[in-house]
Design a protein. Structure first.
Length: 336
């Protein structure tokens, strides 16, 4: 099959595109290659994908409709869209809010319009985020929970994407699925996230900032488990009028749009996470205690009951094993 993957040079997009290519699918990749973090890392990911004959790449801004539509016109036989491109980062949204509206809202709208221009499209799958739960105080977070109290602009844009997609699904009968990712980590990861930045700083004997004085918990999810979830749900688009009882617990109607959690279904203490890094690197972390940052939440925890039931999602990699793999990749990639 032929799949359009946005954010193909990004962390999750790279791994998703690679998995699709390895099983023999054709992949059309889109990425703007912004300098939000190290562009050389993005280029290195891209060089891996370019080794596959079934991969084609376009450096394209998803918020520019003419540019995106020109790619669609060139590939009218696209059957699936996996939309993973976004401006990430909760903290950066305080510094540059315009980038989040432009990429995460306008870009998402453009991709939905692009989906309508694909005559053979079977399914539109897109990235949402655990951050949409915001100040939700019910744990674990359930897809049925109302997401009306975001605490960052990033979270608000992702919640907006879910509403906009549901509207398009209703108006155009577009089979669409949103996936709320929970703290994804692993090889080729994002340098701005804790798993990467903590390992880098510990390896370089640089102090790490520990927010809320370490009193935080996260549902860390290994990248391979996330990709397994994406590929599993990609093959299961909802047909109008054929919504199962499982899906109705999320939709509560017959619109072919669903939202699921993809998490490890286990919330981990930040202090334990740091100890795992220390064990994996063989070095002691220099910790600087800091208060809670604006836009952050104290705890995330994914309820994956529905994901298990509908498409068999079952995370396999523990945090200890996943971080051991990540540190091994980091040492190899940076020759340290």
């Amino acid at each position: 099959m032929k799949v359009l993957v946005t954010g193909a040079a990004g962390f999750i997009g790279f791994h998703t595109a690679k998995a699709l290519l390895e099983r023999g699918d054709q992949v059309v990749g889109i990425d703007l290659m912004t300098d939000y973090y190290d562009v050389d890392l993005k280029k290195a990911r891209l060089s891996v994908l370019e080794e596959f004959v079934g991969f084609s790449f376009y450096k394209t801004d998803i918020s520019k409709q003419d540019d995106v539509f020109s790619v669609i016109l060139e590939h009218q036989d696209i059957e699936y869209i996996v939309h993973l491109a976004a401006q990430p980062g909760v903290r950066y949204s305080l510094e540059n809010p315009y980038a989040y509206i432009e990429t995460n809202v306008m870009g998402h709208l453009v991709m939905l319009e692009a989906a309508l221009k694909c005559p053979d499209l079977q399914h539109f799958v897109y990235a949402s985020s655990s951050s949409v739960y915001g100040e939700n105080d019910r744990l674990p977070f359930n897809p049925d929970d109302r997401v009306i109290r975001p605490v960052s602009l990033y979270a608000a844009t992702k919640a907006s994407d879910e509403l906009i997609t549901r509207t398009y699904s209703h108006l155009h009968k577009l089979p669409a699925t949103g996936l709320r990712f929970f703290t994804v980590y692993g090889p080729w990861g994002r340098p701005d996230m804790a798993a990467y930045s903590f390992v880098r700083d510990v390896m370089n004997d640089t102090p790490i900032k520990v927010f809320n004085h370490g009193d935080m918990r996260r549902d860390f999810t290994y990248i391979d488990d996330i990709v397994d979830g994406i590929l599993s749900v990609l093959a299961l688009p909802s047909a109008v009028g054929e919504v199962s009882e499982d899906e109705l617990t999320v939709n509560n109607d017959h619109v072919p749009h669903r939202v699921y959690n993809l998490g490890n279904n286990k919330t981990e203490c930040l202090k334990d996470f740091i100890e795992i890094i220390e064990a994996a690197t063989g070095k002691k972390a220099q910790q600087v205690m800091e208060p809670m940052q604006k836009g952050d939440v104290k705890e995330t925890y994914a309820d994956i009951t529905l994901s298990r039931k509908v498409f068999g999602f079952e995370p396999k990699v523990s945090l200890k094993e996943g971080m051991t793999r990540f540190v091994a990749w980091y040492r190899d990639f940076y020759n340290c």
